[in-house]
Design a protein around this ligand. Structure first.
Ligand SMILES: Cc1cc2nc3c(=O)[nH]c(=O)nc-3n(C[C@H](O)[C@H](O)[C@H](O)COP(=O)(O)OP(=O)(O)OC[C@H]3O[C@@H](n4cnc5c(N)ncnc54)[C@H](O)[C@@H]3O)c2cc1C
Length: 288
């Protein structure tokens, strides 16, 4: 088999140069890529084009808070680091802390989870609810795209062949109520069968913000601003009357492929549970 080049840049500038000149495949934690290129136990995975191991680029690591309250997460930040951070929104921490098992969480990165664009990837789901953005850099330019627009479909992204995801930006969000569920075969090392995040802000008995997003429910995370609008502006006392209309609208955003009945019914029950909790005056914080 022909040998391919393998690069190990130590700075972002070097990495961008390599992407520009060789369009090298980016390898971060390798937990998706090494599996997809696996040749079997004990055999080195085979790549048919140049590879760039990104892990030496320190500029892409870490979590910081900006003066405007937004939080930046470097693309190489692992799900273990995200789970442990007090700066990160609890919905993203929930998703990161339920990924794989401890060994995997120590290597799986947020850049890889978004870059892989698997419909079952856990982090894109809360990221889309939180209106997070990805920063994409090439030698010549920088683009900032909502995660929702960056992920085009199953395993498809808007990444150009000379770009690298450098970071994710979370805008400040102060919901009064949040809800997260991941349904998998086991508590650890289970790829999601279905995930749901929901969040609401209630002020003086009125729902001033409501969002939900479903993961593993279609080719990409499903969020419907049109459905959310059915609940926004309603008094808590009005929620029981509009709940069915909202749930029917949400049915429409779950993909008709892959066990749609299970996904619709289960999502419907989870959303109804959260809405009922709001309507009954649940205290602020997490709805368990
Ligand atoms: C046993 C096991 C259990 C798993 N469980 C889960 C789970 O519960 N939930 C879940 O979501 N995932 C799970 N995964 C999948 C995987 O671990 C995650 O998707 C992880 O976040 C991938 O990150 P990585 O750094 O390892 O990516 P890599 O494998 O290095 O890369 C994945 C893809 O992203 C691209 N990429 C990586 N970094 C960048 C960057 N900075 N810029 C542009 N493109 C980039 C790569 O080119 C590649 O296409 C599991 C995998 C295994 C093997």
């Amino acid at each position: 088999m022909e040998q391919v080049k393998c690069f190990m840049p130590q700075t972002l500038e070097e990495a961008l140069e390599i992407r520009k000149n060789y369009h090298a495949v980016i390898l971060a934690g390798g937990s998706d890529l090494m599996v997809s290129k696996s040749m079997g136990a004990g055999i080195t995975p085979a790549f048919d084009s140049p590879v760039m191991i990104l892990t030496g680029v320190k500029e892409l690591k870490g979590i910081r808070k900006n003066d405007d309250g937004s939080v930046e997460i470097g693309a190489l930040t692992t799900s273990a680091e995200i789970s442990a951070s007090d700066l990160v929104h609890p919905l993203l921490k929930d998703a990161a802390s339920r990924m794989g098992a401890i060994a995997l969480r120590n290597s799986a990165t947020i850049g890889g989870n978004i870059g892989n664009a698997s419909p079952k990837g856990d982090m894109p789901q809360p990221l889309i609810l939180l209106d997070a953005k990805v920063v994409l850099k090439s030698r010549e330019a920088e683009r900032i795209l909502p995660v929702d627009e960056f992920i085009l479909g199953s395993k498809k992204t808007a990444l150009a062949d000379d770009e690298i995801i450098t970071k994710v930006i979370l805008p400040p969000q102060n919901f009064t109520h949040i809800f997260f569920r991941k349904i998998g075969m086991r508590r650890a090392n289970a790829i999601s069968k279905l995930t749901l995040s929901a969040a609401a802000t209630v002020q003086d008995g009125v729902v001033v913000d409501f969002r939900a997003s479903s993961g593993a429910a279609g080719p990409k995370v499903a969020r419907s601003r049109k459905a959310e609008e059915i609940l926004i502006g309603k008094k808590l006392s009005e929620l029981p009357q509009v709940k069915e209309e909202f749930l029917d609208a949400w049915n429409g955003v779950i993909s008709p492929h892959a066990m749609p009945e299970y996904r619709r019914n289960t999502t419907r029950r989870m959303l109804a549970y959260f809405i009922d909790a709001l309507a009954s005056g649940h205290s602020e914080g997490r709805v368990e």
